[in-house]
Design a protein around this ligand. Structure first.
Ligand code: ARG
Length: 420
């Protein structure tokens, strides 16, 4: 009698693994409580082997040797650690920058951008390690399950998926008890419920605890990445970001690879309290949820990129592109990274961004980031034309009244019709 029989078979989707068929599971392992309990639980419940995969997307403060050691001590057959920072930056953050990607007006999508890559790496490792199933630690209420499972089901229809947190019905107390019983080391004290954290190169999110009370203003201890603006330096700092074809390539004139540049921008932004976003958002599964985001690199890079893009684009491009930007952000938020529309939109983003070359200066001061200077060989800008003092050349002030007459014609006619 296998223990798997005790797991009620409640599958409701074609890609969910048949408990009877599970033999070797690729577990997306973070080293935290949930996925450590899961590592043991999968071995117990399914009599299955577990291969662990931990993905480095630039989340600060991880010790990957410790994570690997923990996985192996808990019975993992293998534990792979993949440094995917470069692939993340080039393949996911660069297109997000070109699309000025913000969901719900404020969330720079770092988690949403990371999930399809994490799931893709899980598929690659599952195939390399002969796994039949992929397991992740997402709950049944969030967006991340959608992003990961949609990716696996798209890229690897031959693999099954299990999401133990959705089905094992253990609360935090039971998980801690299970961990104690199975010799799983528990890092932080068990009295305080920790925030639910996710982070990478592009930002950090916190959920849970008082954050769920919309009337509760942020408590100081949530800010672990960005200096509280009140404590930021009293002197502002000016930085210059240089872009080539929409991609940031230099900070204060020093050329850097994208990963290093983002890390350096994050550091200076964090010092000045930049990138705190207190955000209530519409999850794809229907819930509204509040997050506290700390995204210093995104706050600075996106502000600079958007400014430069507007400078090199015409009024018509500037009217149009935000609609596509918003659609891009929605698709990525919703876990549809592999949807062809995203690539269609990217083709447009790439084309517009061919001209997004130049340098933007920004002033960072106590939580604020403000563009102060712009320069670009592609700017659709002529200082002498824009000036109040000059006339002539391409612009004739004498032509303006005729323009106004025709430009306002229909509006004037309609106004008269409706206000007779
Ligand atoms: N609300 C954000 C999103 O849906 C962040 C989610 C953070 N994930 C987490 N497991 N804490 O992308």
């Amino acid at each position: 009698m296998s223990a798997a029989r005790e797991i009620p078979d409640q599958r409701s989707a074609s890609y969910e693994a048949d408990p009877e068929q599970i033999q070797r599971v690729l577990l997306l392992y973070s080293g935290g409580l949930d996925t450590s309990v899961m590592l043991k639980w999968i071995q117990d419940a399914y009599h299955a082997e577990v291969v662990c995969l931990t993905v480095n997307l630039g989340q600060p403060g991880e010790d990957y040797d410790v994570i690997r050691g923990k996985a192996l001590a808990l019975g993992a057959l293998e534990c792979h650690v993949v440094d995917a920072r470069e692939r993340f930056a080039r393949g996911f953050l660069a297109p997000a920058i070109k699309a000025n990607a913000l969901y719900g007006g404020g969330y720079p999508l770092f988690t949403a951008l990371g999930r399809p890559l994490i799931a893709q790496l899980a598929v690659e490792q599952a195939r390399a390690s002969g796994c039949d199933t992929i397991a992740h630690g997402c709950t049944g209420k969030g967006n991340d399950q959608v992003r990961i499972e949609a990716t696996v089901a798209t890229l690897a229809p031959e693999l099954g998926v299990i999401a133990p947190v959705r089905s094992w019905r253990m609360g935090r107390e039971e998980e801690i008890a299970y961990a104690r019983e199975h010799g799983i080391p528990i890092k932080q004290g068990t009295e305080v419920v920790p925030y639910s954290i996710d982070d990478n190169l592009w930002g950090r999110s916190s959920e849970g605890r008082w954050i769920e009370d919309l009337a509760h203003a942020p408590e100081d201890d949530v800010f672990q990445l960005v200096t509280r603006p009140e404590e930021a330096p009293n002197e502002p700092q000016n930085v210059e970001l240089t872009f080539e074809s929409g991609i940031p390539v230099a900070l204060d004139g020093e050329r850097l690879e994208l990963v290093e540049l983002i890390e350096a921008v994050a550091q200076v932004g964090a010092r000045h309290g930049v990138g705190i976003i207190d955000h209530v958002e519409d999850r794809i599964v229907g819930l509204k949820v509040r997050d506290i985001y700390e995204a210093p690199a995104a706050a600075i890079v996106l502000a600079a990129h958007h400014e430069l893009e507007r400078l090199v684009c015409t009024i018509h491009q500037n009217q149009f592109k935000p609609q596509l930007d918003r659609q891009w952000a929605y698709l990525v938020y919703a876990g549809l990274w592999w949807e062809p529309l995203r690539e269609d939109l990217d083709a447009y983003m790439d084309h517009v961004n061919e001209r997004v070359t130049g340098t933007i200066g920004l002033k960072l001061y106590k939580g604020h980031v403000r563009v102060t200077t712009r320069s670009s060989p592609e700017a659709v800008y002529d200082a002498s034309l824009a000036s109040f003092s000059e006339s002539g050349g391409l612009f004739s002030q004498a032509a303006s009244p005729g323009f106004i007459e025709l430009f306002s014609l229909q509006s004037r006619m309609a106004w008269r019709l409706h206000n007779r």
